[in-house]
Design a protein around this ligand. Structure first.
Ligand SMILES: Nc1nc2c(c(=O)[nH]1)N[C@H]1C(S)=C(S)[C@@H](COP(=O)(O)OP(=O)(O)OC[C@H]3O[C@@H](n4cnc5c(N)ncnc54)[C@H](O)[C@@H]3O)O[C@H]1N2
Ligand code: MOO
Length: 408
């Protein structure tokens, strides 16, 4: 059995970064950029007005007062987007709109609320702003050549807005990892089917599909196989051919019907490890293929499968897109954590903010078949093996669920 750290190292070594493709910004939400983005030009690109008002020479209006306004000649108007082809000379000004190019000669914009208003041949200025006020200067936000985004960043409203602000209609992104999901077990029925005898519903198929989608991956397909080696082998072969990353759930332990490890290696999957000293999820299998596909044999217990997804597959999916996934934070245990005596332990729970600190609590359902322990959880809490429970007040690591927030 290997340690959690050793398992991470073996997975990292096997990851290959996916190739890139160019896509339109319209469909780029959530994708990961495959290029460093530098500014082609300055932002703002030119000096422009930050207020609707009048572009003036500050020296002309510095002494303006409510009772002793300064009157300036209005030489014309520059709306946003129009050429700034009027020169502001002493004693004159230009009516200007927010975002419009500053005219030559002007150094300050007076907001129209401090004036007698728009539309006249002259305007009275009642109150001077500070010198150079209300002007947005070229390059004050971004200089040409500045690094705006690094390869590996996920495209959110912020990045998409910035790409558009620099005129990029398309962007290089990594291909989305395609994930195949195979569940096995004669006892499993699909939701909607009738339950008979000792049958149970197939929940892993749905929770794992949701995990894949939450990670921004594409579900290449999901298959269910009965406990028959030939049928499983055929499905594994098909699923492997269609995926960059295959996850199976169930049949990975050492039971009478646990064929997955043998069948995967029989299909040419190179075993990197099988069994990790963590709880739950001990029988986790990981291998890769000569073409660089990754294969995770997850335990069938629903909580174990999800723990393995969050701890190992999430970071692998991110690394396949040259990113580093990191949802881990430290929090103070509000109640003791039932550490395992031999294995590193993961338990679902809740983390919350109070009085400027972060606190956490494990779910009261702690067994690996208790899927309902996830409902209402917003994190996975982890702690190394220890002879005694970790006392309340200890600081532990919490992995925020990628589909959750601190407030859920
Ligand atoms: N003698 C031993 N027995 C077990 C060991 C062991 O070391 N020695 N390990 C236990 C641990 S730990 C785990 S975890 C499980 C893992 O077993 P498998 O990966 O082979 O999973 P299965 O036996 O197929 O199923 C386990 C459990 O999960 C239920 N299951 C399976 N698939 C689904 C699904 N798609 N949806 C919902 N539930 C599913 C299945 O019915 C079983 O109850 O082995 C222990 N045993
Ligand atoms: O280690 Mo298994 O995943 O608990 O039940």
């Amino acid at each position: 059995m290997i340690t959690v750290q050793e398992a991470h190292a073996l997975i990292s070594k096997a990851v290959h970064v996916l190739s890139a493709e160019e896509i339109s910004l319209h469909v780029a939400q959530g994708r990961v950029i495959a290029e460093d983005i530098r500014a082609d030009f300055a932002l703002p690109r030119f000096d422009n007005a930050a207020m609707d008002g009048f572009a003036v020479q500050w020296a002309d209006i510095r002494d303006a007062r409510e009772r002793r306004p300064v009157t300036l000649r209005v030489n014309g108007e520059i709306p946003a987007g129009a050429p700034a082809d009027i020169v502001v000379e002493p004693g004159s000004c230009v009516q200007i709109m927010t975002g419009a190019h500053m005219p030559e000669g002007a150094d300050t914009v007076v907001a129209y609320e401090q004036t007698s208003g728009f539309g006249g041949e002259t305007v009275d200025i009642f109150k001077p702003p500070a010198a150079n006020a209300n002007v947005r200067y070229a390059g004050e936000e971004v200089k040409p050549g500045d690094l705006l985004m690094r390869k590996g960043m996920r495209l959110t409203p912020a990045e998409l807005g910035v790409l558009a602000a620099f005129g990029r209609s398309h962007v290089q992104v990594f291909q989305r990892p395609s994930i195949g999901i195979v569940t096995v077990g004669d006892e499993l029925r699909e939701p909607g089917q009738r339950l008979d005898g000792a049958a149970i519903y197939n929940s892993n198929r749905y929770s794992l599909e949701s995990c894949a989608l939450s990670a921004g991956a594409v579900v290449a397909g999901s298959w269910h196989a009965p406990d028959q080696p030939d049928a499983i082998a055929e499905i594994l072969g098909e699923a492997l051919a269609k995926s960059d990353l295959l996850m199976t759930a169930g049949g990975i332990s050492t039971g009478e019907y646990d064929y997955i490890q043998r069948l995967l290696t029989g299909l040419g999957v190179r075993q990197q490890f099988w069994k990790v000293a963590h709880k739950p999820g001990k029988p986790l299998f990981f291998g890769d293929t000569p073409e660089g596909k990754l294969v995770f044999g997850l335990p069938g217990n629903p909580v174990s499968a999800l723990v393995c997804f969050l701890e190992y597959i999430m970071p692998a999916l991110s690394a396949m897109q040259d990113g580093s996934y990191h949802g881990k934070i430290d929090a103070v245990l509000a109640e003791p954590f039932p550490a395992d005596r031999k294995r590193y332990r993961f338990l679902f729970g809740r983390v919350w903010q109070k009085d400027g600190g972060l606190f956490c609590l494990v779910s009261d359902k702690t067994e690996s078949h208790m899927l309902t322990s996830l409902v209402g959880s917003n994190c996975l809490i982890e702690a190394p093996a220890a002879a005694e429970p970790l006392p309340a007040g200890s600081v532990v690591t919490c992995n925020l669920l990628p589909w959750s927030t601190l407030h859920e």
